[in-house]
Write a protein that binds this ligand. Structure first.
Ligand SMILES: [Zn+2]
Length: 92
């Protein structure tokens, strides 16, 4: 096939023209970079939900299970806030 920019004969499977260096096909548009992190309302929602679950947890668990549940919920809330915090810088 021929380069559509400089009309040089190039290999059929060539991705770029060896002469002018241009792509033989339209470059696939890269998907927009996903913003790292989550919006603040989502982080707050997770935190509130975790807090609510933590308050209700003693009703369904005690002892080690209760503390493990609290630890898990705290990790969840902290993780959500960390995701939000981490995404703030990326969107600038
Ligand atoms: Zn070319």
């Amino acid at each position: 096939m021929r380069c559509r920019f400089c009309d040089t004969e190039i290999a059929e499977k060539a991705l770029i023209c060896y002469r002018c260096g241009r792509a033989t096909t339209d470059p696939k548009t890269a998907p927009p970079p996903r913003p790292r992190g989550i919006p603040l309302p989502a982080a707050v929602a997770v935190t509130v939900a975790a807090a609510g679950a933590a308050i209700g947890l003693p009703e369904i668990a005690d002892g080690t299970a209760l503390y493990a549940g609290w630890a898990g919920l705290a990790t969840l809330a902290t993780g959500a806030l960390a995701l939000w915090w981490g995404g703030r810088g990326g969107r600038r």
